[in-house]
Design a binder for this molecule. Structure first.
Ligand SMILES: [Zn+2]
Length: 404
């Protein structure tokens, strides 16, 4: 590696200080110096700059362990900036306005079909949703520092377009540019699972964890991997596409055009399609086939509908096969399962865990904690907001290129 330039070193030091304050909640300068390994003088300089920029502030407390002595702690100014996160799905668009700590100030969901629509139509929807959501948060548009959009598919973040997405039809101009032009606010487009992974790394179960994987189960099956503290992007910048690993050669058709992808068995979309077919064949009690939704399917499976139980069991086993492979290859400390699909619970995750235990070497298996994340509807949009927050924390790591 080449030696880092002075500017880069300064950026890294400043980022480390800000990041340590964010992680700690509130912290003294002495403790900051201990944790970051920087001198007291350097910490004093950096924190003075951050206070001047209004990113952090000083707060006084009384130290009960030392006869109520006055202590000055540093804390993040949550109101230093606001961002909007957006998640595009096949049948809805979710929005969230968050502050500097990724806490949600307002959120809305627009139930509208985005698949097969033009990029211009989707950009209009996004503009409308953002204006509503910002208004709901009692903020003005000029207080919004950035917009993050999470999209399923193969996304080129640098250029703001998708190599492939199951949603909107792409035109000549990338969606990111269309949104930026309408609102005049810097916009980032990112794969939705990567966005959720970054939210976990910055504000969730992945905080302080160097190696972990997030798997999202929804209409599709996505994945983000953090390796040595960095989001893994791969040669094309597309990163990990776990959902499109073929697990059943020649199997069910997938939305990507191949057959037998994991997504074609595990995603909400594929489970619902298979359940509707079973429903039609067995004339199960309950709603007509066309109106059957995923909650109906899960309820019927929990009541013991044998074919539906088998459907989730097969999905869980195939997912387990994929997860076991990830554990063998990456040896992550955590695998976090997230997304609406986690509602399936033990129907899917009990068979998954059994296959993971059977297919992993015990040492690797025991080194990985599998977490089923309690899902909230705003998680996707919050993930997209985290994309922008990272830039506001001035992370220098985006600028570092490995030199071999
Ligand atoms: Zn596929």
């Amino acid at each position: 590696m080449l030696p880092a330039s002075r500017d880069l070193m300064r950026a890294i030091n400043q980022f480390n200080v800000l990041n340590t304050i964010r992680t700690a909640g509130s912290i003294s300068r002495t403790k900051l110096s201990e944790i970051t390994g920087q001198s007291r003088a350097s910490v004093t300089n950096i924190t003075a700059r951050l206070i001047a920029e209004n990113l952090i502030y000083e707060k006084e407390t009384r130290d009960s362990a030392h006869r109520g002595r006055r202590r000055v702690l540093l804390a993040l100014n949550a109101d230093a900036a606001y961002v909007v996160g957006i998640k595009l799905s096949a049948f809805r668009v979710s929005f969230a306005v968050t502050d500097m700590q990724a806490d949600i100030r307002s959120s809305i969901v627009m139930p509208v079909r985005t698949s097969e629509r033009s990029a211009g139509f989707v950009a209009d929807l996004i503009e409308e949703g953002i204006r509503h959501c910002v208004n709901d948060a009692r903020l003005k548009m000029d207080q919004i520092a950035g917009i993050g959009i999470g999209v399923p598919g193969f996304v080129d973040r640098n250029n703001g377009f998708c190599h492939w997405t199951p949603l909107y039809r792409q035109g000549k101009r990338p969606l990111r540019d269309l949104v930026e032009k309408r609102l005049g606010i810097p916009t980032t487009l990112e794969n939705d699972a990567n966005a959720v992974t970054m939210a976990h790394q910055w504000f969730g179960d992945g905080m302080g964890v160097q190696n972990f994987v997030v798997i999202t189960i929804e209409d599709g099956v996505g994945m983000g991997a953090v390796v040595n503290g960095q989001l893994y992007r791969g040669a094309k910048g597309v990163g990990a596409e776990f959902g499109h690993v073929v697990v059943v050669p020649g199997g069910n058709p997938c939305r990507c055009g191949k057959r037998g992808c994991l997504e074609a068995y595990v995603s909400d979309f594929s489970i619902l399609a298979a359940a509707r077919k079973i429903w039609a064949d067995t004339r199960g009690e309950g709603p007509p086939r066309g109106e059957l939704n995923l909650d109906d399917v899960m309820d019927a499976a929990r009541r013991g509908h044998p074919e539906l139980v088998r459907l989730f069991d097969r999905a869980g086993k195939l997912l387990g096969q994929g997860v076991a492979g990830l554990i063998q290859i990456l040896n992550p400390s955590k695998i976090i399962l997230s997304g609406q699909g986690v509602r399936a619970g033990d129907l899917m995750f009990a068979p998954m865990r059994a296959v993971v235990a059977a297919q992993c070497n015990p040492v690797l298996h025991d080194a990985t904690e599998i977490i089923i994340h309690k899902w909230q509807d705003t998680d996707w949009a919050r993930g997209a907001a985290s994309l922008v927050l990272q830039a506001l924390y001035k992370t220098p790591f985006e600028k570092i290129r490995p030199v071999i």
